[in-house]
Design a protein around this ligand. Structure first.
Ligand SMILES: C[S@@+](CC[C@H](N)C(=O)[O-])C[C@H]1O[C@@H](n2cnc3c(N)ncnc32)[C@H](O)[C@@H]1O
Length: 493
C-alpha cells in the first residue's frame, strides 16, 4: 500500500544510477522526469552528461530540492501536454526517466485525494486511460499512457520503474494505439529491498521508433542480468508470458471440452470449516471432507484436516427446509446466524439465508482433478472420496469433476504432462496474485492434448496416479477411458 496520495517513495540515488547504467547507449541530449520528487533520476542523468534536464513535481518542497539537478516545474503533471508544453532548447535524443507514483484509484479514494488523472485531459484520446474507473488502475499506468501518446512523435526512450502488471498492460496499450515500439525490456527489481514494498516491479524501458513492429518485451531477472530469461508479449493479439514456449504449444491453446469449477465460497471460515476431529452436532450428510489450496499444492489429498458444513446441494436451494430435514444443522446455523447473516459480500443478499456459492452436482461428484489458483506452480491432483465421502475444495481451488475414476485419472495425467506444463509456462504470469484462473484453465484444449498424446504412456501414468487411493485402475482400464473420452470429444468437434 502506498504511503500517501502522491505515492511518495523517493528512489535512492544508487538505484537511479543502476537504472541509468542499463540504458541502451545513445546520445541522449534531453531528459524528462515527469514526477521527479527530489530528483534522483535528474541527478543520475546529469552524471551521465545529458545537457538539458526537465523535471515536473507537484510537492513544492521536493521540487525545490530537485531544482539542484535541472529545470523543475512545480505543478501537476496531469495538466501538462508533455509533447508541446516543455521548453526544450536542443534537438536530439529524448530520454524519459523516473518512478511515477504506484498508487491505484482505490488508494486515491481511500486517501480522499484530488490527485486523480483528469478526464478532460484524455477527452480527445479515445481509449487512453479508459480504465481510470477501475479501482486497481494505477496512476503510474496513466502517466505512462500520457507519455507514450504525447511523446510518440519525439521517438523517445522511456525507462521508468513500475509494477510488472503495469508493464504488461502497457504492451497491450501500445498495440491498441499502434505505438511503434522499436524495443522493450523489463528488468525486475527487488522492490522490498529498495522501497519496502511487497509488489512485483521492474524497470520498463521502451524505445519508440518509426514503424510498427512486434509488441514483445525481453524479461531480465535483474537490473544487471546480461541475457533475458524469456520474452513476453502479444502473439496473435493475445498476451502470453513466454513467446518461445507458446510457439511450441499454441495448438493446445483453445477451449476445454469440460467445464472447470471453482470450490465452495462461503466467506465464513470459522463457522463452515471445522477441524476434522471436532465433534460437531451436525448431521453427517451435511459434512464433507475439505481440502484447501495448501493441501492440493503439497499433495496431502488422501486425508482431510477439515470438514465443510454444506447446507445446500445446489445454488439457491431453500434452506428453511433444514429445520425439518436436518434439525442439528439447523440449530448450528441458528447459533452462528450473526456471523452468517453479517457476511459482507453483496452476493449473499437476495439469496436464501446461510447460502453458499460454487455448489452443484459437480461438488458431489466422487472424482475430481484439482489445482490451487494461489501458487507459483500448477500441481494437478487426482482426488477420490475420503472416508467414502466426496471431497470438497475451497474457492481458491479449481477442478474438473467425473463420475469415473479412470476418466479422472486420465485427465490428471494429461494435465500433469509435459505439453500442459509448457503451455502453462507460456500463458501464466506467475507473479499475478492468483496466477491460475478458471479462464486460463478453460483455455487448455484437453481434446487436442489427448489427440496428440502417447496413449500407452498416458494410460500407464493414469494408472500410477491411483496408487494409494481406495480404488486402483489398470493401464488397460485407463486405455478404455482414453478411447471413450476420445469418442465423446470427437463427436463434439
Ligand atoms: C514514487 S515518487 C518518485 C519520485 C522520484 N521520481 C524518484 O524516483 O525519486 C512519486 C513522486 O510523484 C509525485 N507526484 C505525485 N502525483 C503527482 C502529480 N499529479 N504531478 C506531479 N508529481 C506528482 C510525488 O510527489 C512523488 O514525489
Amino acid at each position: 500500500m502506498p504511503n500517501n496520495e502522491f505515492g511518495d517513495f523517493q528512489t535512492p540515488l544508487n538505484l537511479a544510477r543502476a537504472v541509468v547504467a542499463t540504458l541502451p547507449p545513445r546520445d541522449y541530449r534531453k531528459v524528462l522526469e515527469p514526477t521527479c520528487g527530489t530528483g534522483a533520476f535528474l541527478q543520475a542523468a546529469a552524471e551521465l552528461g545529458v545537457p538539458q534536464r526537465i523535471g515536473v513535481e507537484i510537492q513544492p518542497a521536493h521540487a525545490e530540492l530537485a531544482a539542484a539537478h535541472g529545470e523543475v516545474r512545480q505543478q501537476c503533471v496531469f495538466g501538462l501536454d508533455l509533447g508541446a508544453d516543455l521548453p526544450w532548447a536542443a534537438e536530439g535524443e529524448l530520454l524519459v526517466l523516473g518512478n511515477p507514483p504506484w498508487v491505484t484509484m482505490a488508494d486515491l479514494t481511500r486517501f480522499g485525494s484530488a490527485n486523480v488523472p483528469v478526464k478532460s485531459n484524455v477527452r480527445n484520446r479515445p481509449g487512453m486511460a479508459a480504465r481510470t474507473g477501475e479501482s486497481n488502475f494505477d496512476v503510474a499506468e496513466y502517466i505512462w499512457q500520457k507519455l507514450l501518446i504525447e511523446l510518440r512523435g519525439h521517438r523517445p526512450t522511456i525507462a521508468m520503474l513500475c509494477k510488472t502488471q503495469v508493464a504488461r498492460n502497457l504492451l497491450g496499450f501500445c498495440a491498441e494505439h499502434g505505438i511503434p515500439l522499436a524495443g522493450a525490456t523489463l528488468r525486475l527489481i527487488d522492490s522490498h529491498r529498495w522501497f519496502g514494498a511487497n509488489v512485483d516491479a521492474g524497470l520498463l524501458t521502451v524505445h519508440i521508433g518509426q514503424t510498427v513492429g512486434e509488441y514483445t518485451c525481453a524479461l531480465y531477472e535483474s537490473l544487471e542480468a546480461a541475457t533475458p530469461s524469456r520474452h513476453f508479449g502479444l502473439v496473435g493479439g493475445k498476451l502470453v508470458a513466454d513467446v518461445a514456449a507458446y510457439t511450441r504449444t499454441a495448438e493446445a491453446d483453445g477451449s476445454a471440452p469440460l467445464e472447470w469449477r471453482q470450490g465452495v465460497k462461503h466467506d465464513a471460515t470459522a463457522v463452515m470449516e471445522l477441524p476434522a476431529d471436532t465433534q460437531a452436532r451436525i448431521e453427517e450428510e451435511h459434512l464433507y471432507p475439505l481440502l484447501k489450496s495448501s493441501d492440493l499444492f503439497h499433495g496431502n489429498t488422501t486425508t482431510a484436516r477439515r470438514r465443510l458444513v454444506l447446507p445446500q446441494r445446489r445454488l439457491g436451494q431453500d434452506t428453511t427446509e433444514l429445520a425439518g430435514t436436518a434439525p442439528e444443522l439447523w440449530a448450528y446455523l441458528q447459533e452462528h446466524a450473526a456471523a452468517l447473516d453479517g457476511r459482507r459480500s453483496a452476493i449473499y443478499r437476495a439469496r436464501p439465508r446461510f447460502s453458499v456459492f460454487g455448489i452443484g452436482d459437480y461438488t458431489f461428484a466422487p472424482y475430481k482433478v484439482a489445482v490451487s489458483g494461489m501458487y507459483k506452480k500448477a500441481e494437478f491432483r487426482l482426488l477420490a472420496p475420503i472416508d467414502g465421502r466426496p471431497v470438497t475444495l475451497d474457492d481458491t481451488c479449481y477442478f474438473l469433476s467425473s463420475a469415473d475414476l479412470a476418466e479422472a485419472a486420465v485427465l490428471t495425467a494429461l494435465l500433469r504432462g509435459p505439453t500442459t506444463a509448457t503451455l502453462l509456462s507460456a500463458l501464466v504470469f506467475w507473479d499475478a496474485k492468483r496466477p491460475i484462473t478458471k479462464k486460463l484453465l478453460q483455455r487448455i484444449d484437453l481434446a487436442r492434448l489427448l489427440a496428440t498424446a502417447d496413449h500407452r504412456g498416458l494410460a500407464e501414468s493414469a494408472a500410477k496416479l491411483t496408487v494409494g487411493l481406495p480404488e486402483q485402475i489398470t493401464p488397460a482400464r485407463a486405455r478404455r477411458a482414453i478411447r471413450s473420452l476420445t469418442a465423446r470429444w470427437d463427436a463434439l468437434s
